[in-house]
Design a binder for this molecule. Structure first.
Ligand code: FEO
Ligand code: CA
Ligand code: CA
Ligand code: CA
Length: 670
């Protein structure tokens, strides 16, 4: 990022380089300054049991896995035969060694290979031109795969396993490495609008078990960008808080942006979280309702307001434009003509994503993290029950499930250690119930538009940047990836608490929630600290009770499950935290290997591991390689993944000399 001003990660000034919120963490002060004195008491208890969490047992357990040769060349897992680690999982592998940050390659286990499926700029829509990085246009980008792929799913659409839909978020742009110096600023801005959003792309293969290829121009292919019309639904639709000079109804929004993680629903739609929307706006900075979301006079380094006044929230016309972002959006990937929806019932914050589970009574429950230091964990419970099947009637009904329901926020109490002393307990504190506000002084519209401020009133637990929150469909337990929070314990900041047990938490942790009586709609839960991440040099690590060797892991971000219920964790921030590249890790959550972290993959220089998708029975794993070479420049790229055009060489047709965010599939070679 050095030497350019459009990007949003500003690693030049960031001492952590810890992930998406990193760029915001540096110029932004911590945005939650609300008092939760309640946790002062809890912190005392935490500190008193540090000897249990502390370095003694866990650090002794943390020995590096045996080193394997680095991949011999892009696309292979190295020359030596490997082997499973003792059980018959459909994806047996021997853990890879952590990759040095200079390895500009996807590293996979012996017996596996990797291949790109889609790269930034690959043409998707019919008529879209081949990628030409030196001459980008908004029109071309609007038909091509967007930038910085994040949430990913591969949804099979045929019984014989030969067709699938790839659905992907495009979180943000990094103009300094995307565009040649001297590109017309308005072209940069409009192209960036088209590079945001989402993609839906048809995949094909001849038979199950083969690698997928994408189909340019296929009928279901779709780009959703900052110009795509969205409908607003739920209790805040039509609110004055959502009206602007361009939308007097408060019911239609142009576009979605900063789409980070997400989830696929049982009725076949995809949810996507609008995360760091504040960075695109200029705001007054004088309204606490703006400041609580990080909106300020100085955040909009991309200067989008120079091309469209809607990005200037200091004007009366567009004061409410920021209120129209920060939602969970729902997209039907099977209907490219459908209008995607912003669900106000699920609240407005820096949504990492949303993952849904069907409760035993048929209501659907979504778990959601607000990815900011000291922000909260949320739950949405639908008013209505899911209708089974895929009839047109059931489908119409299920598409409304996230439109009305109850929103609540988590407060943790008790001791979440598996030390036999006591279990953690917690409760979901209602913010809305039955369509009404449960927060004194807030209307229901205010609760939903200014959710962070409403939650502050009821004193939830301030978490260490909750990213993905995903229920296991096998066990019903819910896993919360708290990626890091190096501010915890700083002067004037909250210290360690039960579910966030470390000061200066550079490595993050994973919390395991157990719904009361197995009912996801009940307000009581219990919880455990499942992983307290780090390497041998990190204090206070813990791996679910496992005491054997583990792969070093830091900054958990996205999570997924395989067919056996094992948790897979992808990371964002290891280079700054434990000095190795980010990666993908498998960790059993049950049985004798509970907590045994094994690294499956590492991403190229500067990249974050997003996705992931684990189709273990199909022998494949998919990841979205986001922001490779993010700190480079056009003239001096820090990654050449995945085209590997030699330095000083001329890119071939459709190639790019610098890094390209890319969706990768990993498959078995034997
Ligand atoms: Fe976009 Fe919270 O990661
Ligand atoms: Ca992150
Ligand atoms: Ca990201
Ligand atoms: Ca993320």
């Amino acid at each position: 990022m050095a030497g350019q001003t459009h990007g949003n990660r500003s690693a030049v000034t960031c001492h952590l380089r810890c992930g998406d919120a990193c760029f915001q963490a540096v110029p932004n002060p911590t945005q939650n300054t609300s008092e939760t004195s309640y946790f002062r008491d809890v912190a005392t208890k935490v500190l008193s049991r540090r000897s249990v969490v502390g370095t003694g047992v866990a650090a002794a357990a943390l020995t590096a896995v045996p080193a394997l040769p680095a991949a011999a060349k892009p696309g292979t897992g190295g020359p030596k035969p490997g082997g499973g680690h003792g059980h018959r999982h459909p994806l047996p592998f021997t853990a890879i060694a952590p990759a040095a940050t200079t390895v500009d390659d996807v590293t996979v286990p012996v017996g596996y290979r990797w291949d790109p499926i889609l790269r930034w700029g690959d043409p998707i829509l019919r008529g879209a031109p081949a990628f030409d990085g030196a001459r980008q246009t908004p029109e071309a980008q609007a038909g091509q795969f967007g930038y910085n792929n994040d949430y990913l799913d591969i949804i099979e659409t045929s019984r014989n396993g030969t067709r699938a839909l790839l659905v992907c978020n495009h979180e943000y742009t990094n103009e300094g490495i995307m565009f040649p110096p001297g590109t017309d600023p308005a072209t940069v801005i409009r192209t960036a609008w088209a590079a945001h959003g989402m993609s839906v792309v048809e995949l094909r293969r001849r038979r199950r078990g083969e690698r997928w290829t994408y189909v340019p121009g296929a009928p279901l292919n779709r780009r959703i960008t900052l110009d795509t019309p969205f409908a607003v639904d739920g209790p805040a639709a039509g609110s004055d808080l959502l009206k602007t000079a361009a939308d007097a109804t408060g019911r239609t929004v142009r576009g979605t942006m900063n789409n980070c993680a997400g989830g696929t629903t049982p009725w076949g739609t995809v949810l996507s979280g609008e995360e760091n929307f504040n960075q695109y706006f200029r705001a007054t900075g004088t309204d606490p309702r703006e400041s609580r979301y990080g909106l300020s006079p100085t955040q909009d380094s991309r200067n989008w307001r120079s091309v469209d006044p809607r990005w200037d929230a200091t004007t009366a016309d567009f004061r409410n434009e920021p209120n129209r972002f920060g939602w969970i959006v729902e997209v039907d990937p099977t209907d490219p003509t459908s209008t995607p929806v912003k669900h106000t019932a699920m609240g407005r914050f820096k949504h990492e994503g949303a993952n849904v589970i069907v409760n035993r009574d048929g209501r659907v429950v979504a778990y959601m993290g607000d990815d900011e230091r000291f922000d909260y964990l949320y739950r949405f419970v639908s008013r209505d029950r899911m209708q089974p099947g895929n009839s047109p009637r059931a489908r119409r009904h299920n598409l409304t499930l996230l439109s009305e329901g109850d929103l609540s926020v988590a407060r943790f109490t008790g001791d979440g250690l598996e030390d036999g002393v006591s279990d953690g307990t917690g409760e979901w504190i209602p913010l809305t119930r039955g369509g009404r506000s449960m927060v004194p002084g807030f209307t229901v519209e205010e609760v939903l538009v200014y959710t962070r401020l409403a939650a502050d009133v009821v004193q939830p637990t301030k978490m260490d940047r909750p990213e993905d929150v995903e229920p296991s469909l096998r066990s019903g337990r819910v896993y919360v990836a708290c990626t890091n929070n190096t501010d915890r314990g700083k002067v004037g900041k909250e210290g360690p608490t039960e579910p966030n047990p470390r000061a200066a938490n550079k490595d993050g942790h994973v919390v395991e929630l157990v719904p009361g009586h197995g009912d996801h709609t009940t307000d009581a839960f219990t919880w455990n600290l499942f992983l307290i991440c780090g390497d041998a040099a990190s204090a206070g690590t813990y791996f679910g009770g496992w005491t054997g060797p583990v792969s070093p892991i830091s900054c958990p971000d996205n999570v997924a499950f395989d067919s056996e219920g094992n948790l897979w964790v992808s990371t964002d921030g290891q280079p700054s935290a434990i000095r190795v590249s980010d990666g993908l890790f498998k960790v059993p959550v049950e049985g004798p290997e509970r907590g045994r972290v094994q690294q499956f993959l590492a991403v190229p220089s500067g990249a974050e591991t997003c996705g992931p998708v684990i189709h273990d029975r199909d022998g494949s794993v998919f990841v979205a390689v986001q922001h490779p070479g993010e700190d480079g420049s056009w003239a001096a790229p820090q990654s050449r993944f995945p085209d590997y055009v030699p330095a000083g060489g001329t890119p071939g047709a459709g190639q790019f000399a610098g890094p390209r965010p890319t969706v990768v599939q990993v498959t078995r070679t034997r």
